[in-house]
Design a binder for this molecule. Structure first.
Ligand SMILES: Cc1cc2nc3c(=O)[nH]c(=O)nc-3n(C[C@H](O)[C@H](O)[C@H](O)COP(=O)(O)OP(=O)(O)OC[C@H]3O[C@@H](n4cnc5c(N)ncnc54)[C@H](O)[C@@H]3O)c2cc1C
Length: 521
């Protein structure tokens, strides 16, 4: 993973000339004055953790599993939001942990939490490090130091219960490895977020992730049948039956808790049979409004494809749904592009049924080519972001969800806020996840950098978040809360909700060492 960008550096993307022209002529983007600093020149926070505590941490996990090198600290600084990358490119590593600690078992995690609580060391659980909401930055004030608790050594498939269709994993397994291990059993999770290549199963649960095939396989929180969690107050074992009426479901308290209540040390996940067949195709709608109505019909009446996304007019024009062919036209020749994907044993029947609904509601079939292009480029967009940043543009995403009846207002409000804050940005949107009652709107914004790009984006994000709250959407459908959405989350919860969160935090983490500053308002 590139420390100041995304992914495998060998897969870096050159921007095609049409995109360069669009940046230059439409957005006024100019090449940045300074190139990114090299890794060794990143300025890190001074280490405050005393040597005897570093030794004590080594006493729990073994000295080789406590890393304090410049590179290890840089690589565990913040996550992968655009502001995170801009700060790293500018050489600002001031949120770096003092050390990176790699436990090998639940028992070691529990022992580390006891030690850190005793010695007031802040602990940041670290999965793939792909948080885009500031979920990996701990408040230092009042703590002896900060450690990143990297779960990378805990990456095994522990068991498969093929009869119940369950697989138990350690939390540090990255998604591609988890899929590879399940494929040997003819199984799949079906969780394919755009961060698939690097994110971990524990991170998916801790941040309530949602993948591109959520219409068919569900959100990640739907997949979690059970969990083991290490907390400073002791272990939590959750989920002993497929469904239960034994009081509130405490799994829901851990899902989305972003390391603030405990460290997930194993997960029992619902799995599916690996699909016998897959087919992806494109459809064109004359407008976003008509396309949205068609997606709603599929979500409410069925049949529901496995993958379903609708780009608005701007996103279709730019061709963002197919990043490998970006700039070459969206493939929908005006209007709005729908990508529909079908996976499983009854692809032909579901596809024919969905085609009837899409046609009835004004859709024009575009065949499999746009679907294939989407599938080929489905994990490429983050590489494109690196190239855009290098060219001097700021590109960032934000997402929300709302009920169908409120979706047009939400869409308009966010766009208006972004235009109001940034002048003339390029604002693209797609419906990325659908439900019977509503959908997720996922915005991608490209703008020229003016002055301090981090502050410029912070203002735009603040305006967009205020618009989301005002228009009745949720502050996050799948990225989570982190530090960035903490205040808006408090507004969404209300004072009683905030008091409940704080009470749980005080009970399970009395010293407040777990991810201080994240999630809890
Ligand atoms: C380019 C890009 C594309 C993305 N696309 C998507 C997408 O399509 N869908 C989506 O849902 N998200 C997406 N994300 C966001 C991100 O990938 C998800 O939030 C993901 O769930 C984070 O997983 P991770 O393993 O990287 O966790 P991290 O970033 O390491 O951690 C996320 C949070 O969870 C906590 N945490 C991590 N592991 C544990 C654990 N075992 N126990 C307790 N707490 C833990 C961390 O402290 C942190 O607060 C994207 C991010 C990027 C950069």
């Amino acid at each position: 993973m590139l420390w100041s960008g995304w992914g495998d550096p060998a897969r870096a993307r050159e921007l095609p000339e049409p995109v360069r022209a669009l940046l230059r002529d439409l957005l006024g983007v100019r090449a940045p004055e300074r190139p990114p600093v090299p890794l060794e020149e990143v300025r890190l926070a001074p280490v405050t953790l005393p040597a005897h505590l570093l030794e004590a941490l080594g006493g729990v996990v073994g000295a080789p599993h406590v890393r304090t090198s410049h590179e290890a600290r840089v690589r565990h600084t913040r996550g992968k939001s655009t502001p995170d990358l801009l700060l790293m490119r500018a050489g600002d590593g001031l949120d770096a942990p003092d050390a990176v600690v790699l436990p090998g078992s639940h028992e070691e995690v529990a022992e580390l939490l006891a030690l850190c609580s005793r010695e007031r060391i802040a602990v940041v659980p670290f999965g793939g490090g792909t948080s885009v909401v500031g979920g990996l930055v701990a408040e230092r004030a009042g703590f002896a130091g900060v450690v990143a608790l990297d779960l990378g050594r805990m990456d095994r498939l522990l068991s498969v219960d093929a009869e119940s269709m369950l697989a138990e994993f350690q939390p540090g397994a990255r998604a591609p490895e988890a899929e590879r291990l399940l494929a040997a059993h003819g199984l799949t999770l079906g969780h394919f977020p755009q961060s698939y290549e690097y994110a971990t199963l524990g991170g998916f649960a801790a941040a309530r992730s949602s993948g591109q095939a959520s219409a068919g396989y569900g959100r990640f929180d739907d997949m979690v049948a059970g969990m083991t969690v290490a907390t400073p107050a002791g272990p939590l074992e959750l989920g002993r039956a497929p469904k239960s009426a034994a009081g509130p479901d405490l799994r829901q308290l851990v899902l989305g808790s972003e390391g603030a209540f405990g460290v997930i040390t194993s997960l029992r996940l619902r799995v599916r049979r690996a699909p016998a067949e897959k087919a992806y195709e494109g459809w064109r709608f004359a407008s976003f409004r008509e396309g949205t109505a068609a997606l709603r019909a599929l979500a409410q009446e069925g049949p529901l494809p496995t993958v379903l996304r609708l780009s608005d007019e701007t996103e279709t024009m730019v061709g963002l749904a197919r990043p490998d062919a970006i700039g070459g036209g969206g493939g929908a020749d005006g209007g709005c592009l729908v990508i529909a994907g079908y996976e499983g044993a009854s692809v032909a029947a579901t596809r024919a049924g969905a085609a009837r609904v899409l046609t009835r509601l004004g859709g024009e079939p575009l065949g499999e080519e746009p679907g294939r292009a989407w599938e080929h480029g489905r994990f490429s967009a983050p590489y494109l972001r690196d190239s855009l940043l290098a060219a001097g543009a700021t590109v960032e995403t934000l997402e929300t969800a709302g009920f169908w009846s409120g979706l047009p207002r939400l869409y308009d409000a966010v766009r208006l806020a972004l235009h109001g804050s940034l002048g003339s940005p390029l604002v693209m949107c797609h419906v990325s996840h659908v439900y019977e009652t509503g959908a997720c709107l996922y915005f991608t914004v490209v703008t020229a950098q003016h002055g301090d790009p981090v502050a410029q984006w912070a203002r735009a994000k603040e305006a967009a978040t205020a618009a989301v709250v005002e228009a009745g959407g949720t502050v996050s459908h799948h990225h989570g809360v982190g530090r960035d959405h903490r205040e808006a989350y408090a507004a969404e919860l209300g004072p009683v909700g905030v008091a409940i969160l704080r009470a749980v935090k005080e009970r399970v983490d009395p010293a407040g060492v777990l991810n201080p500053g994240v999630l809890i308002p």
